[in-house]
Design a protein around this ligand. Structure first.
Ligand code: BMA
Length: 834
């Protein structure tokens, strides 16, 4: 197969059907004056911004003014000359990603239509290309016209009035572009993937290569079942030999195969003894093996692009739990894995703006925050190759959803169903070799009986029930039967409600929207919490990008456009009220910088409670996955720990510490304080534990040390307890625990504060700081709460938003040339500013 790339500079013209009519019966002549420049692959908003025609849609309220873009037809044009071989043999046009409804016209002749962002288009154009001056026209509609005559009524629950306009449920593109609580409507339009001319004189057209690696229960015998999809372009069967081998091993085979006319697949299996096992990060290495294949016919030898696989066994244990319900626990290579992570959404509202560097940086941040899992949420994307490459390489597990979220979908419509079946097959085959992929999930929150989306009354089968419960599992069974499938998230088998705390996976949202008292996380017993979170500010530079001059205050118009929509759920914003509820401070009286600190502190403490609670319950609970990791646009308030600019938000460090491989968590029972030691590493830990009670003014009321505390590998166990009776005044007294290595190096620490922060009696802290040998040491004679060194989040600091326990020094690596500056301390009595 030979290819001619058609990427690069194209021309594009707008039309609203009155002006600039799209000329579907295209003529060859292009009037350059009437066209703008466009980049392929690319997106129209990006082109318009780059040419200064529309302002930065991510700043101020510009996104609203850019809505006209999604209401036009965009007619792309490209001229190309075709090599002689493309004229003598067969030829195809291949579009990797068209966004969205496309009419494709070559030299005045319509050649194809397409309407699915999630799978490529191949159009045969044999005999239709000429030597020079071929005119390729692609007319694109963002999708709005395409579905304007489709019904909108009845597909969404509640007040989803905006769906009447965009009807996103009919459109196979990222659903969050149609406005979500954390991002505004910005419907992409453009040729968002590569375009090429492919041509050959061969009898076969090679399609997807999908090797699946597996290893048996004793982890000794591995195999790769390699499947190659191909089209026999002749009308007779073709005999061939499929060779498959794994580089640097003796696993190799040659399989005689026959390809009948039309589309089919061939396969061969190779075996390997004692493979090096692939582990999630923190549990072992991530060895990847290269699978190589070729197909030899009498006439031709086809070299197939290689794929990397990893050998690991994944099981999901859902045995009955003695205390009720069922476990929901991933075991990898027979070892239970506690899943720590967040929800991944598209890294930009404009998909073409996401380059591989941005994706890799995001995975870096996930690793920095001690994640081992990302849930790729069902309202976004099947992610890029770079995303899965990086997850495979670094050991980040992936829970991948099919792109259906928060609504009903017209899966009974024949055309819709045909389109989503093609999409699902394409994506299943595309990702089948990935060791990081441990689960496919049917959708986000669409299970029948779900509290929000009204899929049907209890016990009434909604039409798309069959799609998630029959069709998708059958498609997986055909192409990737080894992978675990969860019909929805959340989903609780055997229960009418899909979000049962003790069965399946959960979205524990009783806290986070209206109820902001995240102390209630402490009693939550979920088996596999998969999303739930607390709103907070993004980094200071990102906040300022949202808010042009004159609008840099809480609830300015630009603020509201960039705010999470939970803010509007009630006339009295619960999100605004959070600073008052926790701190007794009015956010409307704060500067943007003060808001970033104070509200960031609250979000960080909330996410810490979520993680601490679920981790200490391992393995009655087997995950702490929160909502959400990253942002798609600059938000003033969001759920995230990494914002659109990839800056760490204030909550980042709370999460990073809470996810550290070794952690202590304190809880209160009726008469005791119990200290849990959590060790996620594969090795037992011997450490020294100091614990007790101190007064915020510095005095230790109880101060005990246990030498040689043993925390077994991969476990959470109570390691100490003390009598609750001595804890007389929680407004001045805090319970604490610190773990040190036997030679005295600090490992981790934590504390338990019982009242709301505004109810505490805080002393004004006097913090001493010294910098020596690239380390900074902080000490304070009293308790200092959430010491802040940075609000920008651009640099990977060893620590930030940390506490100082009375007279317990905190030393952190500080390789920066400037000594640290303490920007804020969270003891409100001290007025905040240090
Ligand atoms: C859940 C998610 C998202 C949403 C989040 C926060 O429903 O699945 O749809 O963004 O809550 O509101």
């Amino acid at each position: 197969m030979k290819t001619l790339s058609l990427d690069g500079s194209w021309k594009v013209r707008f039309s609203d059907f009155q002006r600039g009519r799209p000329l579907y019966a295209d003529m060859d002549i292009v009037d350059p004056v009437r066209y703008l420049d466009a980049t392929v692959p690319g997106e129209i908003h990006l082109d318009l911004m780059n040419q200064g025609i529309i302002p930065d849609v991510f700043s101020g309220i510009n996104v609203l003014a850019a809505r006209w873009v999604e209401e036009q037809i965009w007619s792309y044009r490209h001229l190309f000359d075709a090599p002689a071989d493309a004229r003598s043999g067969r030829a195809w046009l291949v579009f990797d990603r068209l966004d969205y409804a496309a009419k494709i016209v070559l030299n005045g002749q319509p050649v194809a239509e397409h309407a699915n962002f999630f799978h490529p288009l191949r159009v045969e154009i044999t005999g239709k290309v000429r030597e020079s001056g071929n005119v390729l026209a692609v007319h694109l509609d963002s999708g709005l016209y395409h579905v304007s005559d489709k019904p909108a009524e009845g597909w969404f629950h509640g007040n989803a009035e905006d769906a009447r306009l965009h009807k996103r449920h009919w459109l196979r593109k990222p659903q969050s572009q149609f406005s979500w609580d954390w991002a505004p409507r910005l419907i992409n339009v453009g040729i968002q993937g590569s375009v090429r001319l492919e041509y050959s004189v061969d009898d076969l057209l090679i399609g997807q290569f999908a090797p699946v690696a597996s290893v048996d229960a004793n982890l000794k015998h591995a195999r790769v079942r390699a499947r190659l999809f191909a089209t026999n372009l002749t009308d007779k069967p073709i005999e061939a030999k499929l060779r498959v081998c794994i580089d640097d091993t003796d696993a190799a085979t040659v399989q005689p195969v026959v390809l009948p006319p039309g589309e089919s697949h061939v396969e061969a299996t190779v075996s390997l003894v004692s493979p090096k096992l692939w582990w999630p990060i923190g549990q072992g290495d991530q060895p990847l093996y290269t699978v190589r294949a070729s197909l030899q016919t009498e006439a031709t030898s086809y070299e197939i692009p290689t794929r990397q696989v990893g050998f690991r066994q994944v099981r999901v244990i859902q045995d009955p739990h003695p205390a009720g319900g069922r476990y929901f626990r991933f075991e990898i290579n027979n070892r239970p894995i506690f899943c720590k992570g967040g929800n991944y959404v598209p890294a930009d509202l404009i998909i073409s703006a996401i380059d591989d560097d941005r994706t890799r940086t995001l995975i870096d941040r996930a690793v920095e925050a001690n994640f081992n899992l990302l849930r790729v949420w069902g309202g976004g994307l099947y992610e890029s190759e770079a995303f899965y490459d990086e997850c495979d390489r670094r050991g980040i597990l992936v829970w991948q959803e099919f792109i259906f979220a928060c609504g009903r979908y017209p899966t009974c419509d024949e055309n819709f169903q045909r389109s989503v079946i093609t999409e699902a097959k394409h994506q299943i085959r595309r990702l089948a070799h990935r060791p990081s992929l441990i689960a496919w999930c049917g959708n986000n929150e669409n299970e029948m009986g779900h509290w929000s989306w009204g899929m049907g009354e209890r016990g009434v089968i909604a039409p798309d029930y069959a799609w998630y419960h029959l069709t998708l599992p059958r498609l997986l069974n055909a192409d990737h039967p080894e992978v675990y499938y969860q019909p929805s998230s959340p989903f609780s088998p055997d229960h009418l409600t899909p979000n049962h705390d003790l069965v399946g996976d959960q979205h524990p949202w009783s806290i986070g929207f209206v109820d902001m008292d995240f102390r209630r996380y402490r009693d939550m017993p979920c088996r596999f919490p998969n999303e739930g979170g607390i709103l907070g500010p993004t980094s200071l530079p990102t906040m300022l990008r949202c808010l042009p001059e004159g609008q840099q205050f809480v609830q300015s118009l630009a603020w509201q456009v960039h705010d999470n929509s939970v803010d509007s759920w009630r006339e009295q914003s619960t999100v605004d009220a959070m600073t008052d509820f926790w701190l007794g401070m009015n956010c409307r009286e704060m500067s943007i910088e003060q808001y970033v600190y104070w509200a960031g502190l609250i979000q960080g403490e909330g996410l810490r409670e979520y993680i601490d609670n679920f981790r200490r319950r391992a393995f009655d609970t087997s995950a702490a996955v929160f909502w959400m990791f990253n942002d798609a646009w600059p938000a003033t308030r969001s759920w995230t720990i990494v914002d659109h600019a990839l800056n760490r938000t204030p909550a980042f460090h709370h999460v990073r510490r809470a996810f550290a491989p070794v952690r202590v968590v304190l809880i209160e029972s009726v008469d005791q304080v119990v200290i849990y030691g959590i060790n996620d590493t594969p090795n037992p830990l011997i450490a020294n534990l100091r614990f007790g009670l101190f007064n915020t003014t510095g005095e230790y009321l109880l101060d005990q040390t246990q030498i040689g505390v043993n925390i077994p590998a991969n476990a959470s166990i109570p390691i100490a307890r003390f009598d609750r009776a001595g804890w007389i005044d929680p407004t001045t007294q805090i319970a604490f625990a610190t773990l040190h290595t036997p030679d005295g190096n600090p490992i981790t620490r934590n504390r338990l504060i019982l009242p709301l922060y505004k109810e505490m009696k805080w002393p004004a802290p006097k913090i001493n700081m010294s910098v020596k040998n690239d380390h900074a040491t902080f000490t304070c004679a009293t308790f200092a709460f959430n010491v802040c060194l940075d609000l920008d989040g651009q640099t990977a600091l060893a620590d930030n938003f940390f506490d100082l326990y009375p007279n317990q020094p905190n030393t952190i690596p500080w390789p920066q040339p400037q000594p640290p500056a303490i920007l804020y301390v969270g003891n409100p009595a001290s007025t905040g500013e240090a």
